[in-house]
Ligand binder design. Structure first.
Ligand SMILES: CCCCCCCC/C=C\CCCCCCCCC/C=C/C(=O)SCCNC(=O)CCNC(=O)[C@H](O)C(C)(C)COP(=O)(O)OP(=O)(O)OC[C@H]1O[C@@H](n2cnc3c(N)ncnc32)[C@H](O)[C@@H]1OP(=O)(O)O
Ligand SMILES: Cc1cc2nc3c(=O)[nH]c(=O)nc-3n(C[C@H](O)[C@H](O)[C@H](O)COP(=O)(O)OP(=O)(O)OC[C@H]3O[C@@H](n4cnc5c(N)ncnc54)[C@H](O)[C@@H]3O)c2cc1C
Length: 643
């Protein structure tokens, strides 16, 4: 199962090597992180990033090894944005000449870049950004300016204190005409002493949610006062401005300016399975250690993992972690395919890639953020201790529901794609993830054939149920929309229904990709069978949770919904014997998990007890401040008995 989870034996061995490299290096210690003040915390992150880079250079790590190293260091840092957005943006939007100039500098870390798109006043609405880039033909330069307070760049990671350069998104003005938002490489700080260059005001935006957590990142604020940059620092693959001040658009679609977001959304889906599997690993191991009630004749109490309620909350999350792992694998393939096509100027699959990355980013991050919190509750009171690892994991993870596109805004993008597909059904055969809509007539007509709980153990029955629900919800939205004279007004009015239809479509993708995975050759005794059980758990759990949809569109009867739930209970009993093995298969070191509750050896209580004594409050028996603030209260003489 470890190989199935990792994707291949080579990846398992490689990632295992990187995990151990990090776990055995004292620089990467992270348990004191939530107790550090901001300055100390940030300096320590700089130290870790420098040490990580030294290891990459000294050990000549490959790009793949470096990615695993960054994952196991497990601390958000400016380098994420440098490697994860600044460099990919230049790769995707720069001309050959620009790539030749900037990529070697960035790849050798001679410059440090960030991705400065969001502003104080606008994040989701990219076309609403206010920063301007005005072309000055006399000087052959752009003048970058922040005309209002709300045009201040706000949020970019790595901007606050680390970056020397930023990829700034600004409205292009040429000859007094606006030409939409474009990307510009702007130097922010001196390469000698790191001080801000003239016309640049830059700093950190302040503390964020949770202790430690995302506060290792210097999310920044940035203002420009008529800062001049050479003309060739506008990324010009999509459109160009000539020396003479002529704006020209190439055959490349304008949406490619958003390409970096497509790339990062894809990586976020892959990372969702990592975050959720961590939380599930902690909660599963602890649920086997923890005992409450049920002792007979002085024997041991019941392990909480044996309670059906615990199983019905925990096992769907375990199944989701696997489901997200496999859909992430597929999405990576889809992205690589689109990337190759884009390089050959074939843009035909870009809308599908946008819809899939946006929708799956939204679906998986929402489920993961909710899932981590559920895992905390599954661990009872001890889950609330920082040493459980869950509070920091939650705090660091939840902004994923917002960054790289607010999850609702992204589902509305999926809705546009679905509505368009439905409206074109009469003359255009849908392909890819919307191919099922080509069978819409059958899906509208056929109802569920399930008669017994066992009938649900059939991939065909499951896929058809999810297809019918998604198709019927999409068609219902299409019909409702047709009643509006103005389609945009209709879209705004029906937005909540459209979001639900998008969720149904995205859930269908995840379920289908899990089932497709099971059609591949999966070596190892019992591995495929275990994955089949998890796949059914994932699908039937969703069906149970959203049974209102399946019933409302008239595909299922209440009896069939009940049978699905009966089958789900049986499946939980099948997961139980292998639950610990299924989380051990994630192959996480104790360092990476960062949790006393999730320790591999299960030695939870002695270690919790030991850790309590390490808290700085326990450095002395009598607390600092006792004599000043508590003792006077204890010693006071009160006049009124009521007080
Ligand atoms: C040695 C090696 C070492 C290696 C070490 C490796 C270490 C690291 C590696 C990797 C780490 C990666 C880690 C990443 C960390 C992530 C940290 C998070 C940081 C966060 C960053 C950010 O948040 S950046 C800012 C993100 N902002 C957003 O997402 C904004 C959301 N808004 C939008 O995307 C758009 O504005 C919106 C989609 C809402 C559309 O706007 P709108 O104005 O309505 O539409 P318009 O612009 O007119 O376009 C309409 C048209 O375009 C289509 N479309 C929209 N978006 C896209 C797209 N992205 N791609 C393709 N097409 C798109 C849309 O469908 C419409 O199409 P039509 O209907 O007209 O056909
Ligand atoms: C930790 C973190 C790191 C970040 N890093 C970066 C970075 O490196 N670079 C960068 O450029 N940006 C970064 N961002 C900014 C991030 O991309 C934006 O915050 C995000 O895109 C959401 O935009 P917003 O803040 O404008 O939200 P808003 O759009 O203001 O959302 C507020 C609410 O309005 C709703 N809403 C908005 N529009 C609509 C609509 N059309 N229909 C229905 N509801 C709507 C949303 O659903 C939400 O509930 C980061 C943000 C965070 C939190």
């Amino acid at each position: 199962m470890k190989v199935a989870w990792a994707g291949s034996r080579e990846t398992l061995e490689l990632s295992d090597r990187m995990a151990k490299l990090v776990a055995n290096d004292p620089v990467f210690e992270k348990f004191t992180r939530p107790m550090l003040g901001r300055k100390e915390l940030f300096k320590n992150t700089l130290r870790k990033a420098a040490h990580g880079w030294k290891l990459i250079v000294d050990l000549r790590l490959t790009e793949e090894e470096a990615k695993w190293l960054r994952l196991y260091i497990d601390e958000p840092a400016y380098t994420d944005l440098h490697w994860g957005m600044f460099i990919p943006a230049i790769e995707g939007q720069g001309t050959e000449e620009q790539k030749k100039k900037w990529l070697p500098l960035a790849q050798k870390m001679k410059i440090i870049g960030c991705y400065a798109q969001t502003e104080l006043g606008h994040g989701s609405n990219v076309q609403g950004l206010e920063t301007t880039a005005t072309f000055d033909p006399q000087a052959d330069e752009f003048v970058i300016h922040s005309p209002t307070l709300t045009s201040s760049k706000w949020w970019p990671g790595g901007l606050g204190k680390a970056s020397t350069h930023a990829l700034v998104y600004a409205r292009l003005i040429v000859g007094g005409e606006f030409h939409g938002v474009h990307g510009f490489i702007v130097q922010l700080r001196s390469l000698e002493d790191h001080s801000p260059l003239p016309g640049i005001t830059v700093g950190d935006i302040g503390l964020k949610f949770g202790n430690g957590a995302y506060n290792t990142m210097d999310n920044g604020v940035l203002r420009f006062d008529h800062v001049r940059i050479p003309r060739n620092q506008m990324l010009m693959r999509v459109s160009q401005v000539t020396k003479e001040g002529k704006y020209m658009q190439s055959d490349v679609p304008r949406q490619l300016i958003y390409g970096t977001m497509v790339y990062v959304r894809q990586t976020i889906v892959v990372d969702a399975s990592k975050a959720l599997s961590r939380a599930v690993c902690i909660a599963t191991r602890y649920s086997a250690v923890r005992r409450q009630f049920g002792s007979r004749n002085g024997g041991p109490e019941t392990q909480v993992i044996d309670y059906k309620t615990q199983q019905s909350r925990l096992f769907p999350l375990l199944a989701s972690a696997y489901a997200f792992r496999f859909v992430g694998e597929w999405l990576k393939w889809l992205y690589m395919d689109v990337k190759q096509r884009l390089e050959a100027n074939d843009f035909s699959t870009l809308p599908e890639a946008h819809a899939c990355t946006a929708g799956l980013k939204s679906l998986t991050t929402t489920a993961t953020a909710d899932g981590i919190e559920e895992c905390r509750k599954l661990c009872g009171g001890h889950g609330y201790l920082v040493s459980s690892g869950l509070p920091e994991l939650f705090a660091v993870y939840i902004p994923a529901c917002t960054y790289e596109g607010d999850n609702v805004v992204l589902l509305l993008q999926v809705a546009r794609f679905i509505v368009k597909t439905v409206s074109e059904l009469g003359y255009k055969q849908p392909v890819g993830t919307t191919a099922y809509m080509g069978r819409v007539a059958t899906l509208m007509q056929n109802n569920c054939a399930v008669r017994t709980a066992e009938d649900w153990l059939n991939p065909g029955a499951i896929v058809e149920a999810f297809e019918a629900r998604a198709a019927r919800m999409a068609v219902a939205c299409g019909r409702q929309l047709a009643k509006f004279e103005n389609p945009e007004e209709g879209f705004a009015e029906l937005a909540s229904d459209l979001v639900e239809a998008s969720v149904a479509h995205c859930q269908l993708i995840v379920v289908s990709k899990f089932i497709e995975k099971l059609q591949q050759d999966i070596p190892g005794k019992g591995v495929k069978q275990s994955l089949e059980i998890l796949c059914y758990v994932y699908a039937l759990f969703l069906l149970h949770k959203h049974q209102g949809d399946f019933l409302a569109v008239g595909y299922l009867t209440p009896k069939q919904a009940l049978l699905a739930n009966d089958q789900l209970r049986t499946l939980y009993s099948k997961v139980r014997p292998n639950a610990i093995a299924l989380v051990d298969s994630f192959n996480y070191t104790d360092h990476y998990l960062g949790s006393i509750l999730g320790r591999y050896d299960g030695n939870v209580y002695p270690k919790l007890y030991e850790a309590a004594w390490e808290d700085p409050l326990n450095d002395s028996d009598v607390a600092d401040g006792f004599h000043q603030y508590v003792q006077p209260i204890l010693k006071q003489k009160l006049h009124s008995a009521k007080l």
